[in-house]
Each structure stands twice: as C-alpha cells, then as structure tokens.
Write a protein that binds this ligand. Structure first.
Ligand code: UDP
Length: 139
C-alpha cells in the first residue's frame, strides 16, 4: 500500500450506536479520500491475528470479544501524511485523554470501546489494509 494511505475500522460500539455516517463524514471533511470501504464482521481468528501484537496484554481477551461481537466498517484512506494525520483526527486511545473534537472524544465510550482504529505506521497500514481487502477492492 502506498505511503500516503492508512487503514481504519469503525469498531462495533460505534456501529451499534449509529455513528457510521457521522464518522465517515468527519473523515471525508478532514481531507481523506476513501480508497476501500466495507461493512464486515471479524471472526475470533481474524481478531486474534489482527491484534496479535497485543496477545500478552491483560486486555487481549476482552479486545477480541469486543471486536467480534458485531459488524465493523473497514476502510483504506488516502491523504498526504495519512497515518499521522489520521491518528491526530481520532485522538488518544483513552477517550478521556482525547483532544476536543477528535473522533474518539466524540464517539468512544471507554479505553477499550473506543469507536475507531487507526494504523500506527506505514508498514502496519499496508499489512492491515491487505488483511481486509483484495487488490480489486481498492480504488
Ligand atoms: N485497549 C484496551 N485497553 C487498554 C489499551 C488498549 O482495551 O488498556 C484496546 C483499545 O481498543 C485499543 C486497542 O486495544 O484501541 C489497541 O491498543 P493500542 O495501544 O494499539 O491503541 P490504539 O493504537 O488503538 O490507540
């Protein structure tokens, strides 16, 4: 995946709470182009693989349970400096620490159920995008 791309998920909490439209609108109006987009649900094996880096952490079981309990919106986004700018747009992992106006500040409910994912490096953006999308699904 190109270095001007990042990968995001609108997590099950935000989907359940009816925030898909508002979050996509904020992403678009912040200058990101949607390259790939779908509503999908991760299996337990998917979530364990996607979050493998956290598999020793105490919250891992809860995280897998949460991420598989309902549909997510997966998307690849394009913008100059996409990874860093998207992390700024979503805000800190813990919504209590997230800046005003950020997606997590507005829509997250807790440090675990925090509404959105954003890749933390260009390398992970490429891996995560390819995990969810085939080449023919990217535009
Ligand atoms: N998480 C959690 N408890 C914690 C820290 C993280 O449940 O104490 C969850 C949360 O959903 C977070 C995900 O694990 O988004 C990945 O954690 P990371 O530290 O990579 O945060 P992010 O990069 O998503 O801000």
């Amino acid at each position: 995946m190109a270095e001007n791309r990042t990968f995001t998920m609108i997590k099950p909490d935000a989907v359940e709470n009816g925030h898909i439209g508002a979050i996509l609108e904020q992403i678009n109006s912040s200058g990101f182009r949607i390259v790939a987009l779908k509503l999908t649900q991760m299996t337990k094996a998917d979530a364990e693989q996607f979050y493998a880096v956290h598999n020793e952490r105490p919250f891992f079981g809860e995280l897998v349970e949460f991420m598989t309990r309902g549909p997510i919106v997966a998307a690849i986004l394009e913008k100059e400096n996409a990874v860093e700018d998207f992390r700024t747009l979503i805000g800190a992992t813990n919504p209590e620490e997230a800046a005003e106006g950020t997606i997590r500040k507005k829509y997250a409910t807790s440090i675990g159920e925090n509404a959105v994912h954003g890749s933390d490096s260009n390398e992970n953006a490429a891996i995560e995008g390819a995990f969810h999308f085939a080449g023919r699904e990217m535009f």
